[in-house]
Design a protein around this ligand. Structure first.
Ligand code: FCB
Length: 436
């Protein structure tokens, strides 16, 4: 096999990512309780074509086949999420042993195949029983989340090397509580910002819980980050890009990695904004306690006009919100190093949606170009240790249902047959050569 043009460091982690509600199905089996996504997806008009995650890719039943697919690809890392209501059907209290057993089997199956588990604790599926108590609007939810995290650390702590607390709190705030397009479907920006603070507090309390459980794994969060650029050379666009950067990036990075909210973001909140009262003394010390690593989800950049509007300057994908710009990944990773220091970084998600095709040359180009940018960032000194493409296989893409296909493995939802796309064969070679 010819050596790659761009060789990655020895031991670089080659991975793929999924999440529980998008992949597992089996929503009423073995004692699982409902989450906000079960309720939301069954509300008429919420999801394209009325799709739900009831069956999804049926991973709960087919996980052994899926583990074998990962092994065949040569993955050395696999990022998945635990369904909170599968292990705690009402979100707290009695543990559902059968739910915990499923994750034991999954983790054991990964370890037997030489694949390192990267476990996300919250990929948006808040237990419905907790939602009825206010969910993340309720400050107590941070504590409930930490208790759930503690349960998982106790169960799996000796086998899991890497934990991620939250997946993309920004998306919950912007899409679940502002646009109302994701569960729980609210449209209230001031409430959304309170939710954002409670999510961060939940992260901090979960980090404390891992340390208290003497967990030996490392822990961090997976943030959706987007480098922001002025759309033109005007001073107004430049100022607007700084404001957008606060919303997109700094309001999440600064609390986690510096223990404070950015002053410009705080100043932009109204004097009577509920988030001001939600931030209590001591919270930021909890939120800003040491993280072992940072998970970066990168899908594209943000270009901002002088009036604060967003414009696209590069091609899109089947997901029309996506702007394809590989150099943005380099800019983002080097910026993290410059502004936040040498924290180990893992790319927890990166990928594109394509039409239903097995010959996905566009995805191969996308992955190649982003890996080249990742490689360049390593040359520039970024402590990038692994890469997880989104996604291992086609799955339930939230409000878009099954229309958008993000996998390198094709899923025929009628038969649940899995088939390699061209990108899967390509990625297998990348892994075997340790580079592109
Ligand atoms: C991210 C989500 C992930 C998936 C991709 C396409 O925002 O974390 O679950 O939906 O987008």
């Amino acid at each position: 096999m010819a050596p790659p043009a761009l060789a990655f460091p020895k031991g670089f982690g080659w991975g793929a990512a999924t999440s529980a509600y998008q992949l597992e199905g089996a929503v009423n089996e073995d004692g699982r309780g409902p989450s906000v996504w079960d309720v939301f997806s069954h509300q008429p008009g919420r999801i394209r074509n009325g799709d739900t995650g009831d069956v999804a890719a049926d991973h709960y039943h087919r996980y052994v086949e899926d583990l074998d697919i990962m092994k065949d690809l040569g993955l050395t890392s696999y990022r998945f999420s635990i369904s909170w209501p599968r292990v705690l059907p009402t979100g707290r209290g009695t543990v559902n042993t059968k739910g915990v057993d499923f994750y034991h089997k999954l983790v054991d199956g990964l370890l037997e195949r030489g694949i390192a588990p990267v476990v996300t604790l919250f990929h948006w599926d808040t237990p419905q029983a907790l939602q009825e108590l206010g969910g993340w609007e309720n400050r107590d939810c941070a504590k409930w989340f930490a208790d759930y995290a503690h349960t998982m650390f106790t169960a799996l702590g000796d086998k899991v090397p890497t934990w991620l607390t939250l997946n993309e709190p920004k998306t919950v705030v912007d899409v679940g509580y502002t646009a109302g397009v994701h569960a729980p479907g609210k449209q209230d920006r001031s409430l959304a910002n309170v939710v954002g603070h409670h999510l961060l507090l939940g992260h901090g309390l979960a980090v404390q819980a891992l340390r208290a459980a003497n967990g030996k794994g490392r822990i961090g969060a997976a943030l959706s980050l987007s480098p922001t650029y002025p759309a033109d050379s005007s001073p107004a666009a430049s100022a607007a890009a700084t404001t957008a950067d606060a919303e997109e990036n700094r309001r999440w990075l600064d609390p986690l990695l510096r223990g404070k909210y950015p002053q410009d973001w705080l100043d932009s909140q109204a004097a009577d904004a509920p988030v001001r009262a939600a931030i209590k003394d001591g919270d930021l010390a909890v939120i800003g306690a040491h993280n072992d690593l940072l998970g970066v989800n990168y899908y594209g950049p943000t270009h901002v006009t002088g009036s604060g509007g967003r414009v696209m300057q590069h091609p899109t994908s089947q997901a029309t919100w996506q702007e394809i710009y590989p150099d943005g990944l380099f800019d983002l990773l080097t910026r993290i190093k410059r502004d936040y220091g040498d924290i180990p970084v893992t790319i927890t998600e990166n990928g594109m949606a394509t039409e239903n095709a097995l010959q996905d040359q566009d995805r191969i180009t996308f992955l190649h170009d982003h890996l080249a940018a990742a490689h360049r960032s390593i040359q520039a000194g970024v402590k990038l240790e692994s890469y997880h493409l989104w996604s291992l296989m086609d799955n339930f893409e939230w409000a878009e249902g099954y229309t958008q296909r993000w996998g390198i493995i094709h899923v025929d939802y009628a038969s649940q047959r899995r088939t390699h796309k061209a990108s899967a064969d390509w990625y297998k070679t990348v892994i075997a050569r340790n580079g592109v």
